[in-house]
Design a protein around this ligand. Structure first.
Ligand code: PRX
Length: 645
């Protein structure tokens, strides 16, 4: 008998969605009247400044448009409209690395965002449609900056603080940003670290578009100051008024860009637009995390990733809840930090990545029992498949076998959750994302769009557009079409390919099996093998390179690099290549394994057989036919090199 975990009956009584009957009824409604289904929520959840004329415009598929001609503003949706009822409620609860705490109410958030928006407009001339890069630590000013951009209609693009100057420069240039907002640095593991020098480095590489850099002083460390270009946020903000009317935005005006990895060397600027994104961010906060009343919700992601956008800032604030923002790491000063924070702040929903769960488990199996975690109602995971042992520990040791675990499957491109249990309704199978959310039409298909049999792994596709879907790749509509929409059609419309594999069991439960393309998932961070290869290929010593992912007990996957050298290198190639990756992309791109090999397994047409390389990396016997290789003997040589490495 399979283990099935029924929802907690007490919890279900008050949940937004209380039973599978309710779930099935919502699915049926969406199936019978798709636009009517979405219209109902758009009317209920969004404060429209002018009403929309059409729910869904499919005339230019796959460039779908939602709620056309409607007017709204996301910062109104997240702040102003709550003020009448919730001005004294804490909007952002900040805990610094060193334990410093700040509680920012909705009223205070309103003032700070308005001042920030005025500063952007008055001092830097930022206008609707301008792009602004944020290279920020996890401090409340990052959220103010996002909301201030949304307020005046500027498009923010956050670059994760772990990216290097090279990666930052590429993203600034692709977005053609006029302003960069950063901080001198912040604190991690009890020590100050710096961010501003990375911005200096990136801008040193001659970028014409950037006019100014706005610097928030967090740790007051000594930093280089470029007179005329750099501006001190803390010195300037006091003079700005705390009133700033919000710009009425069109439903389909861009809200933000977020760069992510794909199957080529160049990261993609995923574009999300206004109405559909904020609608689904709010709906999933309510359905999946079931936020209610005075809940205090904590997501441990970084705002540099989509999870931080949708589920630290936009979703929680649109839902009018209290969102905890944490500067530090959950394992510092010890393995009990996260659990102490849950206890101290009476956290009700806790959302993190399987890697973090595995680390916390390894560092302190019994650690959660030392704290009072009884406030917890819902536990969430995201970013990579969770393994059953990690799931079990999370459920039992952290949740006291009382909390639903929502294994939320989604992507940067989907804007919000796609497949996830509903905590008050779904009987949960461990380590399974369970069912598509109401309104989301997920199917497992082959490349031609034929449905796979039950139990068979295939491509996970979404067969109807949904409000928070990616609208475009910034500046590259052709790539948008080819990257996500193949030849497969359903009801004459192109279907969206997630790039993930999945299968469906006899009960209709969907299990995600992992990426089917060349994307590697390291600790829930998405890396393109082509992106890493593009950096390594540039090296003078390197003739050829191939990058694959390899199973890793803690990180989920780690990076494994095969290199063919031009000539015998004197250097320690592992250090040399990792230094290069660290400076061109960031520490997250460093490889665990770098093996020098005499050649790569290629077909006669020159295609690298990565499947063979993946098998060798994990020490698996080669079962693929190698007779079609240009040089079949190379396989044995690579195996030998890996064994000796
Ligand atoms: O492979 C899937 C994996 O993370 C990828 C998306 O990465 P990114 O765009 O960086 O967004 C991460 C946060 C949403 C997916 O294509 N993934 C995400 N959630 C899960 C998952 N794999 C398995 N189970 C999940 N719950």
């Amino acid at each position: 008998m399979e283990n099935i975990f029924q929802p907690n009956a007490e919890f279900s009584k008050n949940a937004h969605i209380k039973s599978m009957d309710e779930y099935n009824a919502l699915m049926k409604k969406a199936d019978e009247d798709y636009e009517g289904f979405w219209k109902e929520y758009a009317d209920e959840k969004i404060e429209w400044l002018a009403s929309y004329d059409k729910v869904l415009d499919e005339s230019d598929a796959p460039f779908y448009k939602w709620f056309t001609k409607g007017k709204l503003n996301v910062s109104n949706q997240c702040i102003d409209r709550h003020l009448a009822q919730k001005s004294n409620k804490v909007a952002i609860l900040f805990e610094g690395d060193r334990g410093d705490i700040e509680k920012i109410t909705y009223a205070e958030l309103s003032k700070r965002v308005n001042k920030f928006a005025n500063l952007l407009k008055n001092k830097f001339g930022v206008k609707k449609g301008d792009r602004v890069i944020l290279y920020m630590p996890m401090i409340p000013e990052a959220a103010y900056a996002m909301l201030a951009c949304a307020r005046i209609g500027a498009i923010h693009s956050i670059v994760f603080g772990g990216f290097s100057a090279g990666a930052l420069k590429d993203r600034i240039e692709d977005a053609k940003a006029k302003l960069v907002i950063t901080a001198d640095g912040a604190y991690r593991k009890g020590k100050p670290y710096l961010l501003k020098p990375v911005v200096d480095d990136a801008l040193d590489k001659k970028i014409d578009c950037v006019e100014a850099v706005l610097v928030v002083k967090r740790n007051n460390e000594d930093i280089h100051w470029e007179e005329g270009r750099d501006h001190d946020y803390n010195a300037l903000i006091g003079a700005e008024s705390d009133e700033c009317p919000f710009e009425p935005m069109d439903s389909e005006d861009p809200l933000f860009l977020l760069y992510t990895s794909g199957s080529t060397g160049k990261p993609k600027g995923v574009q999300h637009n206004t109405a559909g994104y904020i609608l689904w961010a709010q709906m999933t906060m309510e359905w999946v995390f079931d936020v209610q009343g005075d809940d205090v919700y904590w997501c441990t992601a970084d705002i540099g990733w989509i999870t931080g956008h949708t589920y630290i800032v936009y979703g929680p604030l649109a839902a009018g809840t209290t969102t905890l923002m944490f500067e530090g790491v959950p394992t510092y000063p010890d393995a009990g930090r996260a659990w102490k924070m849950v206890q101290d702040h009476k956290i009700t929903q806790f959302y993190t990545a399987p890697t973090a769960i595995r680390v916390l488990h390894k560092m302190g199996e019994d650690e959660p029992s030392k704290y009072d975690l009884s406030s917890l109602k819902v536990l969430g995971t995201v970013g990579e498949p969770i393994d059953p042992p990690a799931w079990k520990w999370y459920y039992e040791a952290v949740g006291g076998s009382q909390c639903a675990i929502v294994d939320t499957y989604w992507q940067t491109e989907t804007g919000g959750h796609m497949i996830s249990p509903l905590p008050g309704a779904t009987p949960i199978k461990p380590a399974c994302a369970t069912y598509a959310l109401p309104g989301i039409m997920a199917e497992v298909m082959d490349a031609d769009g034929n449905a796979k049999e039950l139990g068979e792994t295939g491509l996970l596709c979404i067969t109807k557009p949904w409000p928070s879907m990616i609208r475009n790749i910034w500046g590259d509509p052709e790539r948008f079409k080819s990257a996500y929409f193949g030849d497969a059609k359903k009801d004459g419309k192109p279907v969206y390919f997630t790039g993930d594999g999945a299968n469906v069991d006899k009960d209709g439960y969907i299990t995600i099996t992992g990426r089917m393309d060349d994307v590697i998932n390291v600790s829930g961070h998405r890396m393109g093998s082509a992106e890493i290869e593009a950096v390594v290929t540039e090296d003078d010593y390197v003739a050829e390179v191939a990058v694959v992912g390899r199973h890793h007990d803690i990180k989920g996957e780690s990076i494994f690099i095969y290199v063919v050298l031009k000539s015998e290198a004197e250097k320690d190639m592992k250090k040399h290549i990792n230094d290069l990756l660290s400076s061109e992309i960031g520490n997250i791109a460093k490889a665990d394994d770098i093996v020098v090999v005499p050649g790569l397994p290629k077909t006669r047409s020159g295609k690298i057989m990565r499947r063979i390389l993946r098998s060798i990396a994990i020490g698996e016997a080669i079962t693929q036919d190698t007779s079609t290789l240009e040089d079949p003997a190379v396989v044995g040589q690579i195996e030998k090199a890996v064994k000796e490495a």
